[in-house]
Design a protein around this ligand. Structure first.
Ligand code: ZN
Length: 471
């Protein structure tokens, strides 16, 4: 017998008939919308999702301080193009919103190719594709185009460049819904809504989020579930800053992202690596004979970087299909509706429902019984981040690539010391794990990075007041 009000029953998996009707129309409606970390694209997207299952939509005004960050001005865009001297539009935002670097300032100029070139971004690895790039905190503008189109451009021509955008005080929009269970212990189920026309990363996550919310609302649960749909990074930071007092019952969670592609599942573990969430996910998938690849935690990723930062330490797991950074079309126009499928999103929905079914069988004690190996007598140095709540804002200190989307463009991190992608790893790992308890030796084990390098990086961060030495 199916008891529809009891999550503790694997037989309650539905036939997904209503989801099968909803997914194609949601994909079609949401894919073309130009979303960013703020603006009308996010509002429109959340309004559409809100018709499927209601949640609370809130706004945080521009300029609001959130730990080391500030909510930026709101960005909106109506049009953008590049015309050649014959008046032909060779790049047209209206054909694909990835053509404009997200958060581009307005521009209307005639430029020689040489003047335009530094504002053009391509991905030579997939010469047919348009890359996705952002510049949220560095005021600039840019166009993204295929390498093939770039190669064809007449380098002796003049180009009319227009970006009809606005950057002005407004707000950051996010959505939230708390499913209250019998217990106050909560799990966060979060996704991000800031990517424009990219299907796996992360329209698939947004759709899974609303379907899971709709499903869970019908259930009586033991634990509580806090559903969040927020712009990545700044949204998580702003949310945690605003709701710091309300999240003390959160004992773990998941980020829903990249859940629609064709690959087998990948599971990125929590920063503990052996938390009950990790065991539950792995045991669930194994018991269902679902193949998956296990990916160790790294502070490169999504909003687990904020939720799990030293000041919060909320363990977050991520079950993906084609995981971010790991598929060829990641952050390109080839991450489109052809790359993902309804069946893959339904597989992810089914897996998450069964994982939650198994979480519901846990005792409170299991959730809160965390043993960290704190080595108070370590002979190795111990450092502590001076900004433990979420990441410190690296870009305002010149410590992060100015054009986001591709970390391959990393530059000028500590000038001589940190100048490539590996060193960005070093910086992020040092900041993430230095909580005043873990020694350099333990961080080296967790991050797989050499102790000397971590020590050197920590000392550089001390000079920048981002770290203090405890022992
Ligand atoms: Zn992304």
């Amino acid at each position: 017998m199916v008891d529809d009000n009891n999550l503790n029953d694997l037989d309650t998996l539905p036939n997904f008939n209503s989801e099968k009707e909803l997914i194609p129309s949601l994909l079609e409606e949401l894919f073309p919308i130009c979303r960013s970390i703020t603006g009308n694209g996010v509002r429109k997207s959340l309004d559409i999702l809100n018709t499927i299952s209601e949640f609370v939509i809130s706004e945080i005004p521009s300029g609001t301080k959130c730990f080391d960050w500030e909510v930026p001005n709101e960005w909106n865009i109506d049009d953008a193009f590049v015309k050649d001297s014959t008046g032909k539009k060779i790049i047209d935002f209206k054909k694909n919103n990835l053509h404009v670097v997200s958060y581009s300032i307005p521009v209307n100029k005639i430029l020689k190719f040489d003047e335009l070139e530094s504002h053009l971004h391509t991905n030579s690895h997939i010469p047919d594709s348009i890359p996705y790039r952002t510049s949220y905190y560095n005021k600039t503008w840019g166009f993204c185009l295929s390498q093939k189109l770039f190669d064809k451009m007449n380098k002796n021509d003049n180009f009319h460049v227009v970006i009809d955008s606005s950057l002005s005080p407004g707000s950051l929009t996010y959505g939230e819904y708390l499913i209250e269970g019998k217990s106050k212990s909560e799990f966060i189920i979060s996704t991000y809504c800031c990517h424009p026309s990219l299907a796996n990363d992360n329209l698939s996550g947004m759709i899974l989020w609303i379907l899971l919310l709709k499903y869970m609302k019908k259930k009586k649960t033991k634990f509580s579930y806090r559903f969040l749909i927020i712009p990545e990074t700044i949204g998580a930071i702003a949310y945690l800053s605003k709701n710091e007092k309300d999240i003390h019952n959160v004992c773990g969670g998941f980020i829903l992202t990249c859940v629609g592609g064709p690959s087998n599942f990948s599971y990125k573990s929590t920063f503990y690596g052996n938390h009950i969430i990790d065991h539950t996910v792995e045991n669930t998938l194994s018991s269902l004979a679902i193949p998956f690849k296990k990916i160790p935690f790294s502070p490169r990723g999504s909003d687990e970087r904020q939720f799990s930062s030293p000041g919060f330490r909320i363990p977050i797991g991520i079950l993906c299909k084609d995981k971010f950074h790991e598929y060829d079309s990641y952050h390109t126009s080839q991450d489109n509706l052809k790359f993902i499928s309804m069946e893959n999103i339904l597989q992810s929905l089914s897996a998450y429902i069964q994982i939650i079914n198994n979480l519901e069988k846990l005792d409170e004690f299991d959730l809160n019984n965390i043993h960290e190996n704190v080595n108070k007598n370590s002979k190795f140095p111990i450092f502590k981040s001076t900004n433990p709540k979420c990441e410190p804002m690296l870009s305002k200190r010149g410590l992060y690539p100015s054009i986001g989307g591709s970390l391959k463009h990393s530059k000028s991190i500590f000038q001589s010391m940190l100048e490539n992608e590996e060193n960005l790893d070093l910086l992020l790992n040092t900041l993430f794990f230095s909580d005043g308890q873990m020694s350099i030796e333990q961080i080296a084990l967790k991050s797989n990075l050499p102790e000397e390098k971590l020590y050197e990086c920590s000392n550089e961060l001390v000079k920048l007041n981002l770290m203090e030495k405890i022992v």
